[in-house]
Ligand binder design. Structure first.
Ligand SMILES: [Mg+2]
Length: 339
């Protein structure tokens, strides 16, 4: 797409209350502190505005990045670098390469640029991605509860709502019994996986192998993100594919050896964003069945969030929410950066 010049950037913070609390092995979330990025881009006199969402959470518990930090990095580093014309979403990564890390902050600005470009070109995001279908099966992530009965009731509701894949959050003390109960509820053919959010250690490898009998799609991020050797050992001991989550590898690149990472799962805006993903997916040969094609497939499924989602995280849903202020418990706040 033709390059443009950024003529305005707005950083907007909104607070969204979740419909239900979402509990994982690292804590309970009841609201989302969301940083939105709006860019105004001039394409030879034609001005369009695009929106991006930063997926960082309030505190650096789930990931090193957090909302306040992302806002600072955007305002003090990324936006100044991006101001110089010409710039496209696909060249953005190279432009900001001097800033190490901060993938979520980068992705927010890159997505806003891409949104502006696509609006200018009157193209849909799906068309740009090259998708052949307008709908895909959607999965849901189910949190941790105090009682298994409550979990089963939640899963039953999601299955009735049409979700095609169930992902259960697990942690020590909330794993085998609950997975067995859900497998019994949903049946042998249902797509079922678990996500531990780093709740286990190498000492638990034998325990985690007991999940094999439930025929899971995968186990996501069982060990610490930087424990690559531990993941290798688990992958060798277990029949269940071990899934590296969003940040523990350079997803989208060729740096992941297929021998120790049978699967990868990611949300685009946590590792690279759409333009980089699209570039990587089109150039990286698939070393085996699930990588990288499987990862891209997962990403696409995760990215298509149905309107009934209980945890609104998609760009589209948040932009709709923004236009219907006031949002949640507080009013939107914003700061503008003009070049
Ligand atoms: Mg995860």
């Amino acid at each position: 797409m033709s390059p443009g010049a950024i003529v305005g950037v707005e950083l907007r913070r909104i607070m969204l209350d979740l419909v239900t609390p979402f509990r994982t092995s690292f804590g309970e979330q009841t609201s989302r502190d969301v940083l939105l990025v709006a860019v105004t881009v001039d394409h030879d006199g034609a001005v369009t505005k695009g929106w991006g969402e930063c997926v960082a959470l309030s505190d650096p518990h789930y990931s090193p990045e957090f909302v306040d930090g992302a806002q600072l990095v955007l305002a003090e580093h990324l936006v100044p670098l991006a101001r110089a014309a010409p710039l496209t979403a696909e060249t953005f990564r190279d432009r900001v390469a001097s800033v190490k890390g901060h993938q979520m902050a980068k992705a927010a600005l890159e997505m806003a640029l891409l949104d502006a470009e696509l609006r200018h070109a009157e193209r849909s995001f799906g068309e740009w991605l090259g998708v052949a279908r307008t709908t895909v099966p959607s999965g849901v992530s189910v949190g941790i509860f105090d009682e298994t009965e409550r979990l089963l009731a939640e899963v039953a509701d999601y299955v009735a709502a049409g979700y095609a894949r169930i992902k259960l959050k697990i942690q020590p003390g909330w794993d085998l019994e609950q997975v067995a109960a859900v497998r019994s509820l949903v049946g042998a053919d249902a797509a079922l996986q678990v996500d531990a959010n780093t709740a286990y250690t190498r000492d638990d490898i034998g325990h985690l192998c007991a999940l094999d009998e439930f025929d899971l799609l995968l186990i996501e991020q069982p060990l610490a993100e930087d424990d690559l050797l531990g993941h290798v050992q688990l992958a060798q001991a277990s029949r269940t594919p071990v899934c590296s989550t969003s940040r523990s590898t350079r997803c989208g690149s060729r740096s992941m050896p297929s021998s120790w990472a049978p699967a990868a799962s990611s949300t685009s805006s946590r590792v690279a964003s759409a333009a980089t993903w699209r570039r990587g997916a089109s150039t990286t040969p698939a070393p085996h069945a699930r990588w990288p094609c499987g990862a891209v497939e997962w990403w696409r499924r995760e990215s298509v969030v149905p309107p009934t989602s209980r945890s609104p995280r998609s760009l589209v849903s948040l932009c709709r929410a923004t236009s219907a202020a006031p949002i949640g418990s507080g009013s939107a706040t914003s700061s503008s950066i003009r070049s």
